[in-house]
Design a protein around this ligand. Sequence first.
Ligand code: TYD
Length: 210
Amino acid sequence: MSGSSPGYFVAFEGGEGAGKSTQERLLAETLVAAGHDVVRTREPGGTPAAEAMRHVVLSPEFAGLDDRAEALLYAAARGEHVARVVRPALSRGAVVVCDRYLDSSVAYQGYGRGLGPDRIRDLSLWATGGLLPDLSVLLDVDPRQGLARFAPRDRREAEPGEVHDRVRAGFREVAAANPDRYLVLDAALPVGEIADRIADRVLADLRDRA
Ligand code: TYD
Protein backbone atom coordinates (compact mmCIF):
# COMPACT_ATOMS: atom_id res chain seq x y z
CA MET A 1 0.00 0.00 0.00
CA SER A 2 1.03 3.57 -0.36
CA GLY A 3 0.33 3.13 3.34
CA SER A 4 1.48 5.97 5.51
CA SER A 5 1.63 8.45 2.58
CA PRO A 6 -1.30 10.87 2.32
CA GLY A 7 -1.96 10.18 -1.37
CA TYR A 8 -3.91 7.47 -3.14
CA PHE A 9 -2.47 5.19 -5.81
CA VAL A 10 -4.68 3.47 -8.40
CA ALA A 11 -3.31 1.25 -11.17
CA PHE A 12 -5.08 -0.09 -14.25
CA GLU A 13 -4.16 -3.61 -15.30
CA GLY A 14 -5.28 -5.99 -18.06
CA GLY A 15 -4.42 -7.52 -21.40
CA GLU A 16 -4.12 -5.82 -24.75
CA GLY A 17 -7.21 -4.00 -25.97
CA ALA A 18 -8.99 -4.06 -22.60
CA GLY A 19 -9.67 -0.32 -22.73
CA LYS A 20 -7.32 0.59 -19.86
CA SER A 21 -6.18 3.85 -21.36
CA THR A 22 -9.75 5.05 -21.92
CA GLN A 23 -10.74 4.16 -18.36
CA GLU A 24 -7.61 5.72 -16.93
CA ARG A 25 -8.46 8.99 -18.71
CA LEU A 26 -12.13 8.92 -17.65
CA LEU A 27 -11.23 8.32 -14.01
CA ALA A 28 -8.67 11.12 -14.06
CA GLU A 29 -11.28 13.51 -15.52
CA THR A 30 -13.81 12.56 -12.84
CA LEU A 31 -11.27 13.07 -10.06
CA VAL A 32 -10.12 16.43 -11.41
CA ALA A 33 -13.78 17.55 -11.64
CA ALA A 34 -14.21 16.49 -8.00
CA GLY A 35 -11.32 18.79 -7.06
CA HIS A 36 -8.53 16.26 -6.53
CA ASP A 37 -4.87 16.79 -7.36
CA VAL A 38 -4.38 14.07 -10.00
CA VAL A 39 -1.16 12.76 -11.54
CA ARG A 40 -1.63 10.62 -14.66
CA THR A 41 1.22 8.37 -15.65
CA ARG A 42 2.05 5.04 -17.27
CA GLU A 43 4.39 2.07 -17.25
CA PRO A 44 6.75 1.23 -18.65
CA GLY A 45 7.69 4.89 -18.72
CA GLY A 46 6.74 8.04 -16.86
CA THR A 47 10.23 9.61 -16.74
CA PRO A 48 12.71 10.26 -19.58
CA ALA A 49 14.97 7.38 -18.50
CA ALA A 50 12.04 5.01 -18.01
CA GLU A 51 10.65 6.00 -21.44
CA ALA A 52 14.06 5.10 -22.92
CA MET A 53 13.81 1.69 -21.22
CA ARG A 54 10.26 1.41 -22.63
CA HIS A 55 11.70 1.86 -26.10
CA VAL A 56 14.19 -0.99 -25.53
CA VAL A 57 11.58 -3.46 -24.20
CA LEU A 58 8.85 -2.68 -26.76
CA SER A 59 10.56 -1.73 -30.00
CA PRO A 60 10.75 -4.39 -32.75
CA GLU A 61 14.33 -3.08 -33.15
CA PHE A 62 15.23 -5.22 -30.11
CA ALA A 63 13.09 -8.27 -30.91
CA GLY A 64 14.53 -11.34 -29.20
CA LEU A 65 15.70 -9.47 -26.10
CA ASP A 66 16.58 -12.00 -23.42
CA ASP A 67 13.59 -12.72 -21.14
CA ARG A 68 15.49 -12.01 -17.92
CA ALA A 69 17.01 -8.83 -19.31
CA GLU A 70 13.50 -7.75 -20.27
CA ALA A 71 12.18 -8.47 -16.77
CA LEU A 72 15.02 -6.49 -15.23
CA LEU A 73 14.37 -3.55 -17.54
CA TYR A 74 10.67 -3.42 -16.58
CA ALA A 75 11.68 -3.49 -12.92
CA ALA A 76 14.38 -0.84 -13.45
CA ALA A 77 11.94 1.44 -15.28
CA ARG A 78 9.46 0.94 -12.43
CA GLY A 79 12.02 1.76 -9.76
CA GLU A 80 12.93 5.00 -11.55
CA HIS A 81 9.27 5.92 -12.11
CA VAL A 82 8.29 5.31 -8.50
CA ALA A 83 11.25 7.23 -7.10
CA ARG A 84 10.87 10.29 -9.35
CA VAL A 85 7.12 10.53 -9.99
CA VAL A 86 4.87 8.25 -7.93
CA ARG A 87 6.28 8.63 -4.42
CA PRO A 88 6.73 12.41 -4.60
CA ALA A 89 3.12 12.76 -5.81
CA LEU A 90 1.76 10.49 -3.08
CA SER A 91 3.79 12.35 -0.47
CA ARG A 92 2.14 15.63 -1.37
CA GLY A 93 -1.31 13.99 -1.19
CA ALA A 94 -2.07 13.55 -4.90
CA VAL A 95 -4.08 10.77 -6.49
CA VAL A 96 -1.78 8.87 -8.85
CA VAL A 97 -3.59 7.17 -11.75
CA CYS A 98 -1.25 4.78 -13.52
CA ASP A 99 -1.76 2.83 -16.75
CA ARG A 100 -0.16 -0.52 -15.74
CA TYR A 101 2.01 -1.24 -12.71
CA LEU A 102 3.74 -4.11 -10.94
CA ASP A 103 1.14 -6.81 -11.63
CA SER A 104 1.72 -6.33 -15.37
CA SER A 105 5.21 -7.67 -14.75
CA VAL A 106 3.82 -10.54 -12.68
CA ALA A 107 1.33 -11.41 -15.46
CA TYR A 108 3.53 -10.87 -18.55
CA GLN A 109 7.01 -11.79 -17.30
CA GLY A 110 6.04 -14.07 -14.40
CA TYR A 111 3.24 -16.04 -16.04
CA GLY A 112 3.49 -15.15 -19.76
CA ARG A 113 7.26 -15.68 -20.06
CA GLY A 114 7.27 -18.35 -17.37
CA LEU A 115 9.85 -16.60 -15.18
CA GLY A 116 7.79 -17.24 -12.04
CA PRO A 117 5.29 -14.83 -10.47
CA ASP A 118 6.87 -14.72 -7.00
CA ARG A 119 10.36 -13.92 -8.22
CA ILE A 120 9.06 -11.21 -10.55
CA ARG A 121 6.87 -9.66 -7.86
CA ASP A 122 9.77 -9.65 -5.39
CA LEU A 123 12.07 -8.03 -7.96
CA SER A 124 9.66 -5.13 -8.47
CA LEU A 125 8.95 -4.83 -4.77
CA TRP A 126 12.68 -4.47 -4.24
CA ALA A 127 12.93 -1.93 -7.08
CA THR A 128 10.11 0.21 -5.67
CA GLY A 129 10.83 -0.11 -1.96
CA GLY A 130 7.67 -2.18 -1.57
CA LEU A 131 5.12 0.18 -3.12
CA LEU A 132 1.78 -1.43 -4.00
CA PRO A 133 -1.32 0.43 -5.22
CA ASP A 134 -4.20 1.23 -2.89
CA LEU A 135 -6.42 -0.07 -5.69
CA SER A 136 -5.67 -2.14 -8.78
CA VAL A 137 -8.40 -2.25 -11.43
CA LEU A 138 -8.31 -5.35 -13.63
CA LEU A 139 -10.13 -4.93 -16.93
CA ASP A 140 -10.55 -8.56 -17.82
CA VAL A 141 -10.75 -9.33 -21.53
CA ASP A 142 -10.60 -12.44 -23.67
CA PRO A 143 -7.25 -11.96 -25.50
CA ARG A 144 -8.81 -12.85 -28.85
CA GLN A 145 -11.33 -10.05 -28.50
CA GLY A 146 -8.80 -7.58 -27.13
CA LEU A 147 -6.22 -8.20 -29.83
CA ALA A 148 -8.88 -8.08 -32.56
CA ARG A 149 -9.36 -4.38 -31.82
CA PHE A 150 -6.23 -3.38 -33.70
CA ALA A 151 -3.24 -4.64 -35.69
CA PRO A 152 -0.13 -5.39 -33.55
CA ARG A 153 1.64 -2.13 -32.68
CA ASP A 154 4.62 -3.53 -30.78
CA ARG A 155 6.47 -6.79 -30.39
CA ARG A 156 4.45 -7.74 -27.32
CA GLU A 157 1.15 -7.58 -29.18
CA ALA A 158 2.59 -9.83 -31.88
CA GLU A 159 3.05 -12.72 -29.36
CA PRO A 160 1.16 -15.99 -29.96
CA GLY A 161 -2.26 -16.51 -28.40
CA GLU A 162 -1.17 -18.93 -25.68
CA VAL A 163 1.13 -16.31 -24.16
CA HIS A 164 -1.82 -13.93 -23.89
CA ASP A 165 -3.94 -16.71 -22.34
CA ARG A 166 -1.29 -17.20 -19.64
CA VAL A 167 -1.17 -13.45 -19.07
CA ARG A 168 -4.93 -13.29 -18.60
CA ALA A 169 -4.91 -16.26 -16.21
CA GLY A 170 -2.03 -14.63 -14.32
CA PHE A 171 -3.91 -11.37 -13.82
CA ARG A 172 -6.97 -13.25 -12.59
CA GLU A 173 -4.87 -15.25 -10.14
CA VAL A 174 -3.21 -12.16 -8.71
CA ALA A 175 -6.58 -10.44 -8.37
CA ALA A 176 -8.13 -13.47 -6.66
CA ALA A 177 -5.23 -13.60 -4.20
CA ASN A 178 -5.58 -9.89 -3.35
CA PRO A 179 -9.34 -9.24 -3.17
CA ASP A 180 -9.03 -6.15 -0.94
CA ARG A 181 -6.74 -4.39 -3.38
CA TYR A 182 -8.52 -5.50 -6.58
CA LEU A 183 -11.59 -4.41 -8.50
CA VAL A 184 -12.15 -6.86 -11.36
CA LEU A 185 -14.43 -5.75 -14.18
CA ASP A 186 -15.49 -7.40 -17.42
CA ALA A 187 -13.96 -5.25 -20.17
CA ALA A 188 -16.89 -6.18 -22.45
CA LEU A 189 -19.30 -4.07 -20.36
CA PRO A 190 -20.25 -0.65 -21.76
CA VAL A 191 -17.50 1.94 -21.29
CA GLY A 192 -19.73 4.23 -19.21
CA GLU A 193 -20.75 1.45 -16.85
CA ILE A 194 -17.15 0.42 -16.23
CA ALA A 195 -16.18 4.05 -15.64
CA ASP A 196 -19.04 4.53 -13.13
CA ARG A 197 -18.06 1.47 -11.14
CA ILE A 198 -14.42 2.50 -10.95
CA ALA A 199 -15.29 6.08 -9.99
CA ASP A 200 -17.73 4.88 -7.27
CA ARG A 201 -15.04 2.75 -5.69
CA VAL A 202 -12.27 5.35 -5.84
CA LEU A 203 -14.45 8.23 -4.61
CA ALA A 204 -15.71 6.06 -1.73
CA ASP A 205 -12.13 5.16 -0.76
CA LEU A 206 -11.13 8.83 -0.88
CA ARG A 207 -14.12 9.85 1.27
CA ASP A 208 -13.21 7.18 3.82
CA ARG A 209 -9.76 8.69 4.11
CA ALA A 210 -10.86 12.29 4.40
P1 TYD B 1 0.82 -0.51 -22.76
O1 TYD B 1 1.49 0.71 -23.23
O2 TYD B 1 -0.11 -0.41 -21.61
O3 TYD B 1 0.14 -1.15 -24.01
P2 TYD B 1 -1.35 -1.58 -24.26
O4 TYD B 1 -2.09 -0.30 -24.51
O5 TYD B 1 -1.18 -2.41 -25.49
O6 TYD B 1 -1.82 -2.34 -23.10
O7 TYD B 1 1.89 -1.61 -22.38
C1 TYD B 1 2.88 -1.93 -23.28
C2 TYD B 1 3.21 -3.39 -23.23
O8 TYD B 1 4.15 -3.66 -22.18
C3 TYD B 1 2.05 -4.32 -23.02
O9 TYD B 1 2.05 -5.27 -24.06
C4 TYD B 1 2.36 -5.04 -21.73
C5 TYD B 1 3.84 -4.90 -21.56
N1 TYD B 1 4.31 -4.86 -20.16
C6 TYD B 1 4.99 -5.95 -19.64
O10 TYD B 1 5.19 -6.97 -20.32
N2 TYD B 1 5.45 -5.89 -18.35
C7 TYD B 1 5.28 -4.79 -17.57
O11 TYD B 1 5.72 -4.75 -16.40
C8 TYD B 1 4.56 -3.67 -18.12
C9 TYD B 1 4.34 -2.44 -17.30
C10 TYD B 1 4.10 -3.74 -19.42
